[in-house]
Design a protein around this ligand. Structure first.
Ligand code: NAD
Length: 496
């Protein structure tokens, strides 16, 4: 039975103003409706923003350790309900069950980590150049934040944004992806259960143009955090720039793995398989280019192809499945179009290249794990994000050429190198122009206690997740306090 879900505004679960709904489907079997979802418009957005604005002063003034305790409580509930939530992620987004549970685990990690920030939101105290004067900085919240998220990490990415925004003292209007609204609703329900005051966290479902854009354009929104496609991100960046809103975006990737002649072949094959076909290639950090040195090329291609051939496609809830469905019919069409483009550009379709319609998969949107060889680094399949189980293999003569190819794209999220030579890996570590670099590991595997994000067209603004230079830099601004207790006019830079 599909579940009918609602918006959450000012502490109440309500339908969309115009009463319209849409359906979220199981991508492994489109006959299954997972949720019936409010199709919201600017009216709903207006109510949610008004609720968040009203709740802001009291939430800002709630001691940060208390705000953090709410996140600890949310983490505890997430732990208890992990199995149920993981199954839901699998049904609504399609990634295989082990990965779906990982999606929920990331939200647990983030809630605990950011809960701790409630007692660590520290600034600096520095000496003043004048006597009887203090100089210090403190973090203060920005105000009302719009959080807009994609479907590929339906629990994790919302938690990356909601947890730091809350602990920092902001109030929120959250617009999750239209493909995974039930997962988003579960997360909000859990936060509500912790005792979050009404209006602090508001949830508005709906589509980008009808709900997302009015939210970003709203005059009472102070900051926007967006994860999704470049096309949308760049439009929102322009909107926020012209209306002076704080903004962060994390968008696409075209991540390379370099495999050098001296690599551990088995390890490199495992990492390449996980990077290219894990999550059906629908990760911003997916490895969609394998840059392989000439001396190991034939052995690597043979072993990699053999392993890719053995991958099992199907509904991720079933045991033994390695690769789940593509999220939607539109995305399925997009991936298929790139399979055509690759062949028209002159690349060799080495493996796969078709929709997969065996058995139960006929009711879902599946594509065979696909390998292109004879790929020129400038081809579109080697430059543009495909977001599916499609990988291009590119030859390289040496490290310098491999790094030039790796860097020769508009994106800069993640990269990896397999080599057993310390000088080689250290050089790559220095020269790869990406936000994340992995040594002898795949392009996937970020942990939440360090910042996450990319260079070039991948990212703009502060990074997500934890650590210095992470999400708190987005969700707070610095306030500088000078306190003069000399009882006389003192002039910085002028007094002798
Ligand atoms: P998308 O841009 O289509 O949608 C993302 C969100 O933006 C959705 O909630 C959508 O409703 C909303 N949206 C769409 N148009 C909008 C508009 N005009 N105004 C406001 N909101 C709007 O992206 P997607 O297909 O959901 O996600 C896939 C993309 O996300 C890929 O490019 C992937 O690389 C990227 N991604 C990046 C990261 C990262 O951290 N770098 C992580 C995950 C996904």
């Amino acid at each position: 039975m599909p579940e009918t879900i609602k918006n959450y505004i000012a502490g109440k679960w309500i339908d969309a103003d115009q009463g319209k709904t849409f359906k979220s489907l199981n991508p492994a079997d489109h006959r299954e409706v997972v949720g019936i979802v409010p199709d919201s418009t600017a009216e709903d957005v207006n109510k949610a923003v008004a609720a968040a604005r009203k709740a802001f002063p009291a939430w800002r003034d709630t001691p940060a350790p208390k705000r953090g305790e709410i996140l600890f409580r949310a983490a505890e509930i997430l732990v208890k309900r992990k199995a149920e939530l993981g199954e839901l992620v699998c049904r609504e987004m399609g990634k295989v069950l082990a990965e779906s549970l990982g999606d929920v685990q990331e939200a647990i990690d983030m809630a605990y980590y950011m809960g701790g920030e409630g007692r660590r939101l520290n600034g600096e105290t520095v000496p003043s150049e004048l006597p009887n004067k203090d100089a210090r900085s403190l973090r203060v919240p920005i105000g009302v934040f719009a959080l807009i998220t994609p479907w590929n990490f339906p629990t994790a990415i919302p938690s990356w944004k909601i947890a730091p925004a809350l602990v920092a003292g902001n109030t929120i209007v959250f617009k999750p992806a239209e493909e995974t609204p039930v997962c988003a609703t579960r997360l909000v329900e859990i936060l509500v259960e912790t005792g979050l005051p009404p209006g602090v966290l508001n949830l508005v479902h709906g589509f980008g143009a009808q709900a997302g854009e009015p939210l970003v354009r709203h005059q009472e929104i102070d900051g926007v955090s967006f994860t999704g496609s470049n096309e949308v991100g760049e439009k929102l960046a322009a909107l926020c720039g012209s209306s002076h809103k704080d903004f962060m975006m994390e968008t696409g990737g075209k991540n390379p793995i370099i495999i050098m002649d001296d690599a551990n072949l088995e390890l490199a094959v495992e990492g390449a398989l996980w990077g290219a076909f894990g999550t059906t290639g629908q990760r911003c950090t997916a490895a969609s280019r394998l840059i392989v040195q000439n001396g190991i090329y034939d052995r690597f291609l043979q072993a990699f192809t053999q392993r890719a051939t053995q991958l099992k496609l199907g509904n991720g809830l079933n045991k033994g499945i390695d690769v789940g469905p593509i999220i939607s019919k539109a995305q399925h069409e997009k991936v298929l179009s790139y399979l055509k483009i690759g062949q028209e550009e002159g690349a060799t379709l080495h493996l796969g290249g078709h929709s997969y319609v065996e058995g139960d998969c006929v009711h879902g949107t599946f594509i065979e794990p696909t390998i292109f060889t004879d790929v020129n680094p400038k081809m579109r399949i080697a430059q543009e994000e495909i977001f599916g189980p499609v990988v291009s293999i590119i030859r390289a003569r040496d490290l310098k050429e491999a790094i030039d190819i790796a860097n020769g794209i508009p994106f800069g999220l993640s990269s990896a190198i397999y080599s057993n030579d310390v000088n080689t890996t250290a050089t790559a570590e220095r020269d790869l122009d990406t936000g994340l670099v992995y040594i002898n590991a795949s392009t996937i595997g970020a942990e939440i206690q360090l910042p996450f994000g990319g260079t070039k067209k991948t990212g703009l603004g502060p990074r997500e997740a934890g650590g210095r230079g992470g999400a708190l830099d987005l969700y707070t601004k610095w306030k500088i306090i000078y306190r003069d207790y000399s009882g006389r006019l003192q002039k910085a830079q002028i007094d002798e």
